[in-house]
Ligand binder design. Structure first.
Ligand code: FES
Length: 167
């Protein structure tokens, strides 16, 4: 497996990394296969046309090289965009910006699209529930379900580690 130079460069120096004070929306997502997790924080403001835009965005990722690079890319792609446009950012856009990803790492890009979606969902839940469609609710529920499963798996892993230590 080989990463593009662009992936490695972004991984070494990601943009918009860190926590945000008083975000308008927080989104968390996890990868059920590897257990990696990511959080995206967004600030929303209005543009001249009075449309809601993502005026600031940050991320924290505990995951692989691809997960960190894709998180960085999604934040740069989403920053300044209207919420509707940000919701259309897909894995193809991210992979293109990274000059490709190894095929076994494509799933890592889904973590960032899910986390961004969840941050927007969180913002709508707190500010304008009428914007939440049935499809959005379904996607949200499936992401939350995965997170519960990851916590369960993680707990087992921690229990196992403790057993090993107490041997
Ligand atoms: Fe877990 Fe990449 S291997 S997100």
């Amino acid at each position: 497996m080989k990463y593009s130079n662009r992936v490695l460069k972004i991984f070494q120096n990601p943009e918009n990394y860190g926590k945000m004070k008083n975000p308008d929306g927080i989104g968390k997502a996890g990868n059920i296969v590897c257990g990696d997790v990511m959080a995206i924080y967004i600030k929303i403001s209005k543009n001249k046309k009075k449309e809601a835009i993502i005026s600031d965005i940050k991320f924290e990722t505990f995951g692989c090289v691809a997960a960190i690079a894709t998180s960085s890319i999604i934040t740069t792609l989403a920053k300044g965009k209207t919420i509707n446009k940000a919701l259309t950012i897909g894995k193809q856009n991210i992979v293109k910006q990274l000059n490709g990803l190894p095929s076994t790492k494509i799933h890592c890009s889904l973590l960032s699209t899910d986390a961004l979606f969840e941050a927007i969902f969180d913002y709508y839940s707190k500010n304008d529930k009428s914007k939440i469609t049935k499809e959005m609710l379904k996607r949200h529920e499936s992401i939350v379900k995965d997170q519960i499963e990851i916590k369960k798996r993680y707990k087992n892993w921690v229990d196992n580690e403790e057993k090993q230590l107490n041997k």
